[in-house]
Design a protein around this ligand. Structure first.
Ligand SMILES: [Zn+2]
Length: 205
């Protein structure tokens, strides 16, 4: 074979090999990038034949540990974090009042967070189950935790506010926005319970 032709053939083969390597690297990089977006351990192990039983998988299938879709909020959630279901599913009037209160509190140097907003029935039931285990009976647990049927968080009509200085601020100024502490033993639990500027009723039990 002519030496020049042989050299050209080798060059072409090399070019093809390099092109294939680039394509392979691009594909594997793409897969890695997609996997890192979905941070469930099971989704990254493509070839795993084990049943998908991670907490997030159980959550996706409807049972098990409540998650963000049930209203669980991250630390320091703001009433303006409306991408969170626990905030977005609040009664719009309550959400508006809390947002207005948060702005006014900020003006006074107080940062207002929501520790709980809306909760799913499942989440509330989970809290009830925990309380039953702790206090020994459903009857006793009901003294501390509302049932899914009666909780105002489940209907989106209650918020739990923190930290303590924010609770204190809302207890002093919340009525301007219609917000009142409605449970005597929960200084953090607020609902719309008066007309803006009106006075709050005494908290119940
Ligand atoms: Zn509450």
């Amino acid at each position: 074979m002519d030496q020049l032709v042989a050299n050209r053939k080798r060059e072409r083969r090399l070019t093809i090999l390099i092109a294939l390597a680039v394509v392979a690297a691009t594909i594997s990089f793409g897969v890695a990038a997609c996997s890192s977006l979905d941070q469930t351990p099971s989704s990254t192990s493509v070839n795993s034949s084990e049943p998908d039983d991670t907490p997030s998988a159980r959550h996706r299938s409807g049972g098990g540990i409540p998650g963000a879709a049930d209203g669980v909020l991250p630390d320091n959630a703001s009433p303006f974090d409306t991408d969170l279901p626990g905030i977005a599913k609040l009664n719009p009037k309550l959400l508006k009042a809390v947002q207005a209160a948060a702005k006014a509190a900020e003006h006074d140097g107080i940062e207002l967070h929501l520790t709980t907003g809306w909760r799913s029935k499942k989440y509330q039931e989970e809290l009830m189950e925990k309380a039953i285990q702790r206090y020994g009976s459903r009857e006793k647990a009901l003294q501390y935790v509302a049932s899914p049927e009666t909780s105002h968080h489940v209907t989106g009509n209650a918020v739990d506010i923190g930290p303590t200085d924010a609770d204190d601020w809302v207890n002093r100024h919340g009525n301007k926005f219609g917000l009142c502490q409605t449970l005597a033993n929960e200084i953090w639990h607020f609902e719309l319970a008066t007309t803006p500027g009106g006075s709050c009723p005494a908290p119940g039990v």
